[in-house]
Design a protein around this ligand. Structure first.
Ligand SMILES: Nc1ncnc2c1ncn2[C@@H]1O[C@H](COP(=O)(O)OP(=O)(O)OP(=O)(O)O)[C@@H](O)[C@H]1O
Length: 244
């Protein structure tokens, strides 16, 4: 399987504290990879390192065969941050057109991505008047402008109702079927089951890098929530054994 992202021995310090500890992983191209882990485990930090906006203290991150942060990667990556990064005083369409201009793509691209996230009816609405879930989808639309090869989404389904969440996950898989690579963070385990592969992270260290089925088998349970807990317990036991 072709590799889209290769992270080797990544060390990141934030606020004077090490938050990623020699983390290594690979993200396959053309698949939906879920980045799962509790709040504060380092998901956003890892995504920031992948898109090249995070200062790193050690190790390397290679993205689409190029060091993360290279200017040449800018147009090849779409990044949805956790807090919506859209202008409240512009309409949904104006925001998407602004991103289309930055990408050098035709204005029609704005309407395509707006429809893609199910916001066509709100295209003329000011972002400041949208609901939280709609605002997050407006931000997602902007991240999809220009059909990026790598799409990094930080908790894209937060605040969405079950029907929309389902539609978004179908959309993510359709993008992957078209050849895009998706890295999607979540701390909701029922979303883990929808991913082709899982990176499970805890306290800045990886505890699983596998398919959902392989994670279930390794943990000996069909429930991914329970599997995550069991893998954490296994890891703690290994650490205790190593210390004694
Ligand atoms: N700007 C910052 N300055 C100092 N420490 C930070 C900063 N941002 C994050 N951290 C710390 O880095 C660690 C990892 O944070 P990160 O945001 O990557 O976690 P996360 O898994 O994405 O969490 P969440 O699911 O809550 O978004 C946390 O302990 C957090 O407190």
């Amino acid at each position: 399987m072709e590799t889209a992202i290769e992270v080797r021995d990544l060390v990141v310090r934030r606020g004077g504290r090490e938050v990623l500890h020699r983390l290594s992983c690979r993200v396959p191209a053309g698949r939906v990879t879920g980045l799962l882990g509790p709040s504060g485990s380092g998901k956003t930090t890892l995504m920031r390192a992948v898109v090249g906006v995070q200062k790193v203290s050690g190790g390397s991150v290679s993205v689409l065969g190029t060091p993360a942060g290279s200017p040449a990667l800018r147009r090849r990556i779409g990044y949805l941050t956790q807090a919506p990064s859209v202008y409240a005083d512009l309409t949904v369409r104006e925001n998407a057109r602004y991103f289309a201009t930055l990408h050098g793509t035709p204005a029609a691209e704005a309407d395509r991505v707006i429809a893609e996230v199910g916001l066509a009816d709100a295209a003329k609405q000011l972002v400041g008047t949208l609901s939280g879930g709609q605002r997050s989808r407006a931000s997602l639309a902007c991240a999809l402008v220009g059909r990026p090869e790598l799409i990094v989404l930080d908790e894209p389904t937060v605040g969405q109702d079950p029907v929309l969440r389902d539609e978004l996950w179908r959309r993510f898989h359709a993008l992957a079927a078209d050849g895009a690579t998706l890295l999607v963070s979540s701390h909701v385990m029922d979303e883990a089951a929808r991913c082709d592969r899982l990176l499970m992270i805890r306290d800045g260290a990886l505890i699983a890098d596998d398919t959902p089925d392989a994670v279930r088998r390794r943990a000996g349970t069909d429930d991914l929530d329970e599997a995550f807990l069991r893998l954490i317990r296994d890891q703690e036991r290994d650490v205790e054994r190593g210390a004694s």
